[in-house]
Design a protein around this ligand. Structure first.
Ligand code: FAD
Length: 380
């Protein structure tokens, strides 16, 4: 039995490990567009201050991991097509047969429609190569404009500050982390980061970026101007679905998979940032990958196992304002109960019957993560 996995992020490597545990003799092939080196992607947004280089972020080199897991690794190779009737995947130079195929393709960064001579220089950081470019471009720079006040934008802003670089953060929403936090929690985080030097430019978009004398002049929708030496975009990610779509695999926001991680083709599975689990949820975080990989490995080796997601609170890596969030699911009905003081915010999203459905814990309150997590429902 050959299982071919496309990708080499945490989803691909975790699945390979789980599969190897479940089936010592299984043939596992991993085809990836990058080097295949294993690193912690969440570290990318808090690596500057600690002086991490792309090299020191690598936890296990690809060749070593491939040997440990007895995986055939085909790196620096992009899969260009899936021929489902012949059960082969195609690259520019070869085709590879599979019995089972797993898509662990990740997500692409969103590019904003911005005008001006500097628009093409906007950076985003979604892998080790991007981080390498970002680090090089940052040399001697003292002010970065960050586009996006979501989880990744706020983390980069805090990391830049810790590295001694000023950060100005833009967002169309009128508050930071608007999709994850209730209003008072956003205000608390904004205040804490502002005290350390973050400049917030919220409720606006950047319209134009002109490159002038090696710096960038940003003009926003409120008509204000700002000069920064580098512009980093962190406005979000979109699951990579094209390869699946082109071969007739159903996709919506992500590649659609059922409770077993299976697409509409019984031989093809998906997990990680590219997947839309249970036909509903795009869960672009590490913990869902672990749950999905364990279950899919069992199913691939003949023991059908549904993917179950427990509550999976996410730590926001803003050291100047420790925060843990577990937002309610879209279908949850309830209200936020918010307790806030100078030391923190404890926001609990509760149903009419008092059941805890979501939470946002900031500052001192983040220490209650453990105690409250057990009361949260899983993702179903
Ligand atoms: P990826 O790691 O993106 O891997 C995709 C792989 O597919 C890559 O190897 C790529 O080369 C390969 N690939 C794509 N297309 C092809 C093709 N056609 N042919 C061959 N190979 C292909 N999550 C948390 O839970 N907590 C955090 O604090 C956190 N912080 C984050 C900070 C940053 C800056 C970022 C960007 C993300 C963060 N996340 C965090 C999200 C988390 O890192 C991701 O959910 C996770 O890493 C996704 O793993 P993946 O394997 O699905 O995708």
């Amino acid at each position: 039995m050959n299982t071919t996995i496309i990708g080499s992020g945490v989803a691909a490597w975790t699945l390979a490990r789980e599969l190897r545990k479940a089936a010592p003799d299984h043939e596992i092939r991993l085809i990836t567009a990058d080097s295949g080196d294993f690193y912690s992607k969440p570290m990318l947004s808090n690596a500057l201050a600690s002086g991490k280089t792309p090299g020191t972020l690598v936890m296990t080199p690809a060749a070593k991991l491939a040997e440990q897991q007895n995986v055939e690794l085909i790196s620096q190779t992009t899969v260009t097509a899936i021929d489902r009737s012949a059960k082969v995947v195609r690259t520019a130079t070869a085709e590879y047969p599979y019995d089972q195929l797993v898509l662990a393709l990740g997500a692409d960064t969103i590019k904003l429609p911005i005008e001006g001579s500097g628009a093409g220089d906007v950076l985003s950081v979604n892998d080790l190569t991007d981080y390498d470019t970002f680090r090089r471009e940052l040399e001697d720079k003292k002010h970065v404009a960050v586009l996006g006040a979501g989880l990744i934008g706020c983390e980069f802003a805090n990391d830049l500050l810790k590295a001694g670089i000023k950060a100005t953060v833009y967002d169309l929403a009128d508050r930071a982390l608007a999709r994850l936090l209730p209003e008072q929690a956003s205000e608390f985080l904004q205040k804490k980061l502002a005290e350390q030097g973050v400049q917030w430019k919220l409720g606006r978009s950047v319209k134009r970026i002109e490159k002038i004398d090696g710096a960038y002049k940003l003009e926003d929708s409120k008509g204000e101007q700002e000069t920064a030496e580098l512009v980093l975009s962190a406005v979000g990610l979109v699951p990579r679905t094209k390869l699946a779509q082109d071969s007739g695999i159903s996709s919506d926001r992500g590649v659609l998979v059922d409770e077993f991680g299976r697409t509409n083709d019984a031989s093809i599975y998906a997990l990680g940032d590219c997947a839309q689990y249970h036909g509903k949820y795009v869960l672009p975080y590490i913990m869902p990958v672990m749950q999905a990989a364990r279950a899919i490995a069992q199913t691939l080796t003949g023991k059908e196992t549904p993917i179950k997601f427990p509550a999976m609170p996410v730590t926001i890596k803003t050291p100047d304002c420790p925060a843990v969030v577990n937002p309610p699911l879209p279908h949850h009905e309830g209200t936020w109960e918010v307790m806030a003081d100078d030391n923190g915010v404890k926001a609990l999203f509760k149903a009419a019957d008092g059941a805890l459905l979501g939470m946002a814990l900031l500052g001192e309150a983040s220490k209650e993560r453990q105690a409250l997590s057990g009361q949260l429902p899983g993702v179903a």
